[in-house]
Each structure stands twice: as C-alpha cells, then as structure tokens.
Design a protein around this ligand. Sequence first.
Ligand SMILES: Cc1cc2nc3c(=O)[nH]c(=O)nc-3n(C[C@H](O)[C@H](O)[C@H](O)COP(=O)(O)OP(=O)(O)OC[C@H]3O[C@@H](n4cnc5c(N)ncnc54)[C@H](O)[C@@H]3O)c2cc1C
Ligand code: HEM
Length: 414
Amino acid sequence: MLDERTIQIIKSTAPIIKEHGEEITRCFYQRLFHRHPELLNYFNQANQRQGRQQQALANAVWAVAENIDQLEKVLPMVEGIAHKHRALGVKAEQYPIVGENLLIAIQKVLGLSPTDEIMKAWEQAYGVIAEVFIGKEAEMTAKAANQHGGWSGFREFIVQKKVQESSVIASFYLTPADHGALPTFQPGQYITLQMSIPGSPYTHNRHYSLSNGPDEAFWRISVKHEMGGEADPDGRVSTYLHEKVGEGDHLWLSAPAGNFVLEKSSSRPVVFLSAGVGLTPLLSMFSSLVLSHSSREIVWIHATQNGDVHALAKEVEKWGKGKENIKTYTFYENPTPIDRESKCFDYEGRIEVDHLRQLLPSTEVDVYLCGSVPFMRKMATDLKRIGVRNNQIHYEVFGPTAADIKEETEITHQ
Ligand SMILES: Cc1cc2nc3c(=O)[nH]c(=O)nc-3n(C[C@H](O)[C@H](O)[C@H](O)COP(=O)(O)OP(=O)(O)OC[C@H]3O[C@@H](n4cnc5c(N)ncnc54)[C@H](O)[C@@H]3O)c2cc1C
Ligand code: HEM
C-alpha cells in the first residue's frame, strides 16, 4: 500500500511524466537494450523504430500513475497489456530490470537526483504496479496451461495447409506437432508466433488473430504480406511466412490470448466492421455466431481496395448465404475492371457516415471494429456521430495500443 504523501507525489507528477513520456521511454529502451541485449528476443524492433512501443508504454505509465489510488479504473488496459505479456512469455524476474531502467530514465530526463523524494515515490509506485501485472500474468499463465489441451510457453505446430487468400494475404492451417488436444479459445483472440529467422540473431514474436472458429480440429491464421516503402524494409515475419514457410513446416505458438472477444451474453444486433486484414478476428466471431445458430441480427461490413486484395470473400459469403438475420456488404475503394464486370462488391469508395446510418439496423448494436488506426478512428467518430455509445464499440489494434481511439474522437455519447 502506498501512503498518502506518495500517492500525492505520483498524481502531481503524472502530468510531467505525460509531457516527457516519449523522451523517458526512448531513453529507457536505449538503456534497457544496451544493458540487456537478450531482451531483444522479446521486443519488435519495427515498433521501436516507429516509436509505437515508446508511445504505448508512455501512455500506460501515465494512465496508471494518474489512477494510482483507483487502479480498478485502468484494469481493462492492464488486462490487455497482461495478455500480451503472457503471450510473449514475459517473466516476473524481468520486472525489476525494467523498473530499474525506467526509474533511471525518469530521473535523467527530469534532471532529478536519485535521492529526490519524487524518485522514492516512483520507486514505490512501480513496485505496486509491477505486483499488479505479475499477479495478473501468473493467473493468465496458469489458466492457459491448466485448460484442456493447454500449455505454457511456446508449443510446436505443423503447417498442414497454406492457402493464398488474395494477392497479399495467405492463410496457414495449424495443428499441434505432438498430436495432442487443442484448447478452446474465444473468437477474437490471437496467438503469438515465436519465429527464428536464419541470419537474424534474435527471435521475432508476432501476434496473429485466429481467423477460424474455436470448435475445429485446426487453427488458422491469415497473414498479410507487409511490404516496405522505398526507404523501409519489408515486414520481417510476414515476408518470411509468405516466402519461406509452407506445408509441413513447423511454427511455435503461445496459447490464445486477448480481451477483444465476442460478448456472448448480449442479444443486441452485432455489427462487424473491418478493413483489409482486420477482418481476421471478426471472421472468427462471425463464423462462431453462425455455427451456434445465433438468432442475433448480424451486419458484416468490409472495406478493401479491390478484388485482387480481398481475402476470404467466399467464406464470408458462405456464412451469410440464405440467412434472414445476416447481411453482408463490401466496399471497394479502387475496383478493377474485372470487379466491375463481376459485380462482386456493393459500394465503391470508403465507408462514410451516411452508409453507417443506412446499413446499421439501429444504434442499439454491438460493434466490433478492426483495421488500420486511421480507419478505426474514422469509424468510431462516425458511429458516435450517428448515436452509437462508446461502450458499444469494441476494437483491436494490430500493433501496440498507443492511445484509446474512442477517446481521441471528438464526439462522446457515454
Ligand atoms: C492482437 C494482434 C493481432 C494481429 N492479427 C493479425 C492478423 O490476423 N493478420 C496479420 O496479417 N497481422 C496481424 N497482426 C499484425 C502482426 O502481428 C504483425 O505486426 C504484422 O504481420 C507485421 O509483422 P512483420 O514482422 O511482417 O513486420 P515488421 O518487421 O514488424 O514491420 C512492420 C512494418 O513496419 C515497417 N518497418 C519495418 N522496419 C522499419 C523501419 N526501420 N522504418 C520504418 N518502417 C519500418 C515494415 O515495412 C512493416 O510495414 C496482429 C497484431 C496484433 C497486435
Ligand atoms: C509495470 C511494467 C510494465 C508496463 C507498464 C508495461 C507496459 C507495456 C505496454 C503498454 C505495452 C504495449 C501493449 C500493446 O501492444 O498494446 C507493452 C508491451 C510489451 N512489453 Fe511491457 N510493460 C511492463 C513490463 C514489462 C516487462 C518486465 C517486460 C519484459 C521484458 C515487458 C515486455 C514487453 C514486450 C516484449 C512487449 C511487446 C512490445 C512489442 O514488441 O511491440 N514489459 N508493455
């Protein structure tokens, strides 16, 4: 427990930490990797270079500091991070290493002495925060390991089948190499791949949403080949998966994780709103609702460039076909002449606020949103503009969650 004085210091210095957040976290990561290069096996270096991980950590530290006397308020955020830590295999004994380097970074950037009262308060607060994470992650690790077919760490899987779903997305059908049971998972959850790439000194960890339902004899991930621009390299893991991994190859996976899951207790209509490869967790939710013979109204809205890059269209059609309660819509931003001829899309252009107004059955819906951050920001803004409340919108970011996209939008209907 923190005393009143410590809580007061943490809360009053939280805004300064926010202001210098990215400088502090940049300094922190530099120190951390210099002193503990073995931790490069855990962290995605592309996220580091783009500053996304620094921003995510800075936001989390600030949010926890501001709510240090009411941590229950930031529990959903803590749980989301703990899921990622658990999936990556973060260990309790690594917390003091992170703590020491984070505290020194705060001290250096703010120009404080190590014995300053502020530093003492932050040291104590870090201890409390670390305890919360360690406790949650231990719980999650035990749950993942103790379920039927469960395990801890990374388990070897075999690629049974690889299917090119579009010019940029390929699916990998996976079964355990030990032929043991598969645990169930909640539609919307992801697995984490631990990948060794020849010539690379560190392992690369990447999360992939399961794109099939939980009751099948295999798991499926559907991966977009991330191409670099003129100056940027191609994505490390997606390129390796697309170019080098095929049927019969082995992959190492951690047990499913994540709190972006279908709320089965709700009976409201469900709206699945995705762009590009963001359809993967939503397809898992969609198929599981159909297979459970749900009578909920379902609206599937997917946006992509054109038919060349449109993945899993036939599958969406299969789940939706002939069912009164299901409507599916496709938006192509730049349809090809073949798309026009085959009339394989419903709308040309992007999803705009008027489309949402027209296609949603009402504003009393549960919306599941996944795509690029700009896409989700626009959708969240438009949904709120037509009257959908904040707590009805659920979303997943395919990268470090830097800031709440719903809070960033200007309209709020609580
Ligand atoms: C919960 C979750 C679920 C996900 N589900 C899916 C899914 O179902 N399907 C899917 O395809 N992806 C999914 N992702 C994304 C996935 O985890 C990877 O981030 C993605 O595959 C890219 O990894 P990579 O190794 O290929 O690219 P990275 O090497 O990580 O690079 C990422 C991007 O950064 C660029 N880049 C790399 N280095 C630099 C640099 N020095 N400067 C500037 N730019 C650079 C690359 O060009 C690339 O576009 C998910 C992510 C999360 C968090
Ligand atoms: C209280 C201390 C910690 C806090 C507040 C914290 C916070 C965060 C946050 C906010 C993220 C981004 C989550 C997202 O992707 O949305 C993250 C990711 C991550 N954390 Fe932590 N973390 C802490 C401790 C640790 C420790 C001890 C380790 C062990 C090495 C660790 C390793 C990682 C890794 C590897 C990632 C994924 C980074 C990436 O590859 O993008 N964290 N953490």
